[in-house]
Design a protein around this ligand. Structure first.
Ligand code: G3P
Ligand code: MG
Length: 305
């Protein structure tokens, strides 16, 4: 009769401690990851950006004053300032040679007489393009560099730099924008916003002093990005929701977390008044005059520094 093979006692005593060690190591790793996740999601605070609100609500001129002048041009930004905004929103993207220029669209066809994509053009080529084709009175009008905005817009105007990326992982523009902010020491008068959580993360990674705003839209995004709690992964300092998302609960959620909230884009005075009374800290509009009248009506200040 064949004898059943047995594991020798010496082998058991050799393997058991190793098995225990693996289990213990795994347990410690899982515990460590859980602590990191809980800390990341719950124990964070947005930076204090109260210095931006010295003159009351932020009134964002959306792409400048885009109903009266070619959007995202120097003319449009100056017009918005003339109309009394204290903040301008500027969409930016990157040229092939790494220049940060102001444009909402990656393609040139939508707003200019040029053709092709901005990220495939050298900045020199863009100088030939007329961004004023929709407003003949301002034509020709150049696509400006972001830096030119800071050359001409008064010092007391806050600039919201919205980084447009073609892909969620295109983080190059963030690097160039952060460099401009650092070189010109613009910390006191800028915020950087983006629809892409990785861009927000990258900005903070490069320079913690730059306030960030997470843009929230209703379309073309996975459902997870629509949940307010998602910001616990992103860690912005401000929330920029599509106005259709905004209700009392969202405003309370932002306030509990200490996040300033600025809905976009609101072109109706009663709606602006309602949002400000609800607790919004600012509003984006294509019509600066509407924001001024709404602020005045609810008893806020329209003064700039
Ligand atoms: O930053 C607010 C708003 O500008 C976001 O949408 O498409 O106009 O850049 P969009
Ligand atoms: Mg924008």
């Amino acid at each position: 009769m064949r004898r059943r093979s047995r594991i020798p006692v010496s082998a058991i005593s050799f393997y058991l401690p190793q098995f225990d060690m693996v289990i213990t190591a795994l347990f410690l790793l899982v515990a460590f990851m859980a602590i990191v996740l809980v800390k990341h999601c719950l124990l964070w605070q947005p930076m204090d950006v109260s210095y931006l609100y010295q003159n009351g609500y932020l009134k964002f001129g959306h792409r400048g004053s885009s109903m009266l002048a070619p959007e995202n041009t120097l003319t449009s930004f100056l017009k918005a300032v003339e109309q009394g905004v204290n903040t301008i929103e500027v969409d930016v993207l990157l040229t092939k040679d790494g220049k940060v220029v102001c444009s909402h669209n990656h393609d040139l066809e939508s707003e200019t007489d040029g053709y092709g994509y901005i990220d495939e053009k050298m900045y020199e080529e863009l100088k030939e393009v007329d961004a004023g084709v929709k407003f003949p009175e301002y034509s020709p009008c150049r696509i400006p560099l972001l830096e030119e905005v800071f050359d001409i817009v008064p010092e007391d105007i806050i600039v919201d730099i919205e980084i447009k990326s073609k892909w969620a992982f295109d983080l190059r523009t963030a690097k160039y924008v952060a460099e401009i902010i650092r070189e010109r020491n613009l910390y006191h008068r800028v915020l950087v916003s983006s629809f892409h959580p990785f861009v927000i993360g990258r900005i903070k990674w490069i320079d913690k002093r730059i306030p960030t705003a997470y843009l929230w839209e209703d379309q073309h995004v996975p459902n997870i990005l629509k949940k307010p709690r998602f910001i616990n992964l992103v860690h912005p300092d401000m929330l920029h929701p599509d106005v259709y998302f905004v209700d009392k609960n969202l405003i309370r959620f932002a306030q509990r977390k200490g996040l300033r909230i600025h809905p976009w884009t609101v072109n109706n005075q009663p709606a602006i008044e309602w949002l400000l009374k609800l607790g919004a800290d600012g509003i984006f509009s294509d019509f600066p005059g509407l924001m001024n009248r709404a602020v005045e009506k609810i008893g806020g200040s329209n003064e700039t520094a």
